[in-house]
Each structure stands twice: as C-alpha cells, then as structure tokens.
Design a protein around this ligand. Structure first.
Ligand SMILES: Cc1cc2nc3c(=O)[nH]c(=O)nc-3n(C[C@H](O)[C@H](O)[C@H](O)COP(=O)(O)O)c2cc1C
Length: 188
C-alpha cells in the first residue's frame, strides 16, 4: 500500500554546502543544500536554489560570481550557524579564513576541504526562490582529501542534510561499483 503524500520533495539527503558571495565588498556565507548539477562535462555548470530573502543573493547579482564550498563534518557548528544567521544582521565575514581564486570576487573558505568558484551564467526566477546557475571556473581541494587525484568522500567527510527530521548525517558504506554491477544482468 502506498500513502499519497501530495507534492512532497523526497530528494533528501543532499550534501550541505556553504555558498559564498561578496556583498558590498565583504564576504558572506550561507548554508545551502539545494545544489544541482546542470551540465556535467565541459563546461561544468552547477546551480544553487536560494530564497529571495537571503542577503547572499545581493552579492551574487552584484558581482556575477559565487562560490560553493564543501564543509567537512568537523565544521557542523559553523555551517549550521551560517544557515541560521543572515548577513543582513550578523557579520559572517570573519567566521572563516577567506581566499580568492581567478575570478577575484568569489570568496572561498580555506577551512572547507573543497571549494569551487563560479561565474554566474544564468538566473532562473521562481515564485519564492531564485536559482543561480554558475559555470565552475576553478576548483581547489585540500590534498588531504584526495586519493589518486579524485576527491575521496571517505577523507572529505561531507555532511548530508535531511529535511524530514532536519538532521545532518554522514556517509555510509559503499554498495557496489557504478557502471559496473549492472553488467551482471547481461543475458538475463
Ligand atoms: C542545513 C541547511 C541547509 C539550507 N539550505 C538552503 C537552501 O538550499 N536554500 C536556501 O535558500 N536556504 C537554505 N538554508 C537557509 C539559509 O542558509 C539561511 O536562511 C541563511 O541564514 C541565509 O543567510 P544570508 O541571509 O546571509 O544569505 C539552509 C539552512 C540550513 C541550516
């Protein structure tokens, strides 16, 4: 038996990120779980879905750039704080050490093991949210989270956000190899 749930989005858990932008010349960071992969290939486009109320949006519009930083689980307190406090009435610029890459105006967080700086490609307006699509122009990774030059999720320890009970989770164990385990069905 299936229970009818109405239009409920069940795409959780999602990795939680810290999105950064300079607002009036000062870095501001907010927690964002609604991140999407738009064009996987060359170039790489990703999206962030932000409520219109957020302060960070002003900086993305102002500079046409933003960053997506992946915090590790040790950063849970500061990450959650960035999801509670608004830059409109709290200064979040000194919470982290900020660095800049080739775009010069997309602030990135040194303490996050993975950082992507994005050039704004397009903005899609929805009734309550705006989705900013950015082209990834540069990615910076701590060597400590790499294995064979790939980001190793076991080393990275990303946090997964779940809407139902509003909690952060960590990754479990791998199940099987992708583009591989399915081959065992061949001939069936
Ligand atoms: C775990 C978590 C995930 C969040 N994900 C999103 C999101 O995907 N989109 C969004 O608009 N707000 C999201 N928020 C809320 C914003 O991070 C929050 O309202 C923030 O204070 C806005 O900051 P700003 O006004 O400085 O931009 C999330 C909050 C938390 C705690």
């Amino acid at each position: 038996m299936k229970k009818t749930m109405g239009p409920l989005n069940c795409l959780y858990p999602m990795p939680v990120t810290l999105v950064g932008a300079n607002v009036s010349g000062k870095p501001n960071y907010l927690a964002v779980a609604h991140v999407g992969i738009m064009n996987h290939g060359k170039p790489q486009y990703i999206s962030v879905g932000l409520s219109r109320r957020h302060y960070t949006n002003e900086g993305i519009r102002e500079n046409g750039t933003f960053s997506v930083n992946i915090p590790a689980e040790e950063m849970v307190v500061a990450t959650d704080y960035c999801g509670i406090a608004s830059g409109r009435n709290a200064d979040k610029s000194a919470l982290f050490e900020t660095f800049y890459g080739e775009l010069k105006t997309a602030p990135m967080i040194s303490e996050c093991p993975v950082n992507m700086e994005c050039l704004l490609y397009d903005t899609i307006e929805f009734p309550t949210h705006e989705v900013f699509i950015g082209e990834i122009r540069g990615t910076y990774c701590d060597e400590a989270v790499l294995s064979n030059d790939e980001v190793d999720p076991v080393k990275l320890k990303p946090m997964l956000f779940e809407m139902g009970t509003k909690r952060y989770w960590r990754l479990g164990d791998p199940i099987a190899k992708c583009w591989n385990i399915g081959k065992t069905m061949k001939g069936k």
